[in-house]
Ligand binder design. Structure first.
Ligand SMILES: [Zn+2]
Length: 114
């Protein structure tokens, strides 16, 4: 698992989303394996299921969408005020640097859950 995938997995976990991966259990005949979501399939099709269903969050807008639109308890101001003095603008580096917003969101969510 890459560092980016680890971040995505952590973001999913912190936001109550399913991160699809093999749950480590094989059926007795080793014919099928199970995903953490409960879906079970033969190995190569489970990998397809995992690749198609896990979010990549490579577009910062997808991270923002989760934080601002999907998580009702977080306002834009609450999140941004931890990342920058202005409460109405987002630091452009958060958009241009790969994973910067995702990292900030994971850090913020961990603090929020303490
Ligand atoms: Zn799944």
């Amino acid at each position: 698992m890459t560092d980016h995938e680890k971040l995505c997995k952590e973001f999913c976990k912190l936001t109550g989303r399913c991160w699809h991966e093999w749950d480590g259990v094989k059926t007795p005949d080793f014919h099928e394996i199970k995903c953490t979501c409960g879906y079970s399939e033969v190995t190569f099709l489970l990998n397809k299921h995992i690749n198609e269903n896990n979010p990549t969050y490579e577009n910062p807008a997808d991270v923002l969408r989760v934080i601002i639109k999907d998580l009702g308890f977080v306002t834009t101001q609450e999140f941004f005020s931890l990342n920058r003095e202005s409460k109405e603008m987002i630091d452009v580096d958060m958009i241009l640097e790969k994973d910067a917003l995702l990292k900030a969101a994971v850090k913020w969510l961990k603090e929020e859950k303490k």
